[in-house]
Design a protein around this ligand. Structure first.
Ligand code: SF4
Length: 344
């Protein structure tokens, strides 16, 4: 099985995901018989380097959020391996095989920030207590030290320490996301999954939060998996990008390869939809017909053929293998030409 994304130190990546699958059973009738499967994530492979950012992008319903939650075991996986190496010298651990107690011990390393931090913060708990909670649960600091630690975390994410006594509803969306970041940062994580973390924010606030995430990455060497439907958002934070469609990665490579030399028709269509303030940079919008199909009954052959303007007969019957385009750039399309003889 090949790695579809190689985001840096190939000898000792922080995370190596192999064949990740997450299916949900479809049940029907009085006895809730299983009559099908929703293949939300259908065989993802990628690696994530230390201190690097990989973005998983695609329209709503492509499986990117399910992938992020499954690899942290917030959802039970159907198949695959997630090899995690907190220490480059040590042998990697398969997260999916860890007993519950060992998984709990690993939780501080693996954090997640959600699109709506309001939903993940207890409305009756002050933000200071919300940030203190994981510190006390995991016994990172004593009760006498926790106030100072919370104040330091609030300052580090750009909030005044005295806001610790306020409740979530007293903050703006951007401030609440900073609280979410402080809470994720509290336990010294090695990986943070940012699940549409800036999607609900105004453009200027998005830029501030992205800059904060980049600063924290530089300071603490955190790796990010950045999940987003909007490619323009991920451009400036990503080392590598994987484009998902109906549960599979259809193109992956470095951010420069994906943004400057996209090869898959779906990637090109997504990129053509990004608005540019500068009219000279506006290209022709590539149309995509219809909505993303249901993953319960994905189209035969290339899943994208029902919306692809370039589809030909074999696209309706043959799933395209991923073609190596050179230097870690790969795309799964019958029309893409391999850079060499190697096919992934
Ligand atoms: Fe379009 Fe065919 Fe390529 Fe799929 S394989 S993206 S349908 S041209």
């Amino acid at each position: 099985m090949s790695d579809l994304v190689n985001s840096g130190n190939a000898n000792a990546p922080l995370l190596e995901v192999r064949g990740l699958k997450k299916y949900f059973p479809v049940r029907k009738g009085l006895f809730s018989r299983v009559v099908g499967q929703v293949k939300a994530v259908d065989g993802l492979d990628f690696t994530l380097g230390r201190g690097e950012t990989m973005s998983l992008v695609g329209e709503s319903g492509c499986g990117k959020t399910t992938a992020g939650r499954t690899l942290l075991r917030l959802l039970a996986p159907t198949a695959g391996q997630v090899l995690y190496s907190p220490n480059p010298e040590a042998a990697p651990t398969d997260i999916f095989k860890l007993p519950a107690a060992e998984m709990r011990a690993l939780r501080p390393d693996l954090q997640i920030i959600f699109q709506d931090p309001y939903a993940s913060l207890n409305p009756r708990m002050t933000v200071g207590n919300a940030i203190a909670e994981p510190l006390l649960v995991h016994k990172v600091v004593s009760a006498s030290e926790v106030e100072d630690r919370v104040a330091g975390l609030l300052e580090r994410v750009g909030l005044r320490p005295d806001v610790a006594n306020r409740f979530p509803h007293e903050f703006s969306g951007g401030q609440r996301q900073r609280v979410g970041i402080a809470r994720a940062l509290a336990l010294g994580p090695k990986l943070i999954i940012c699940d549409e973390a800036v999607s609900a924010l105004d453009v200027s606030i998005q830029a501030q939060v992205i800059n904060l995430l980049k600063d924290l990455q530089d300071e603490f060497g955190i790796s990010y998996i950045f999940i987003a439907h909007d490619l323009s958002v991920v451009r400036y934070i990503s080392d590598s990008v994987a484009v998902m469609y109906l549960g599979r990665i259809v193109e992956s490579g470095t951010a420069q390869q994906i943004f400057d030399d996209p090869q898959h028709p779906y990637t090109r269509a997504l990129l053509s939809a990004i608005p540019h303030a500068d009219p000279s940079k506006r290209g022709e919008r590539i149309p995509m017909t219809g909505e993303i199909p249901s993953p319960i009954h994905p189209p035969s052959g290339c899943h994208f053929h029902t919306r692809c303007a370039l589809a030909e007969d074999r696209c309706r019957s043959e799933w395209p293998a991923s073609v190596a385009l050179g230097a870690g750039h790969q795309a799964a399309c019958h029309l893409v030409q391999s850079a060499g003889t190697e096919e992934a």
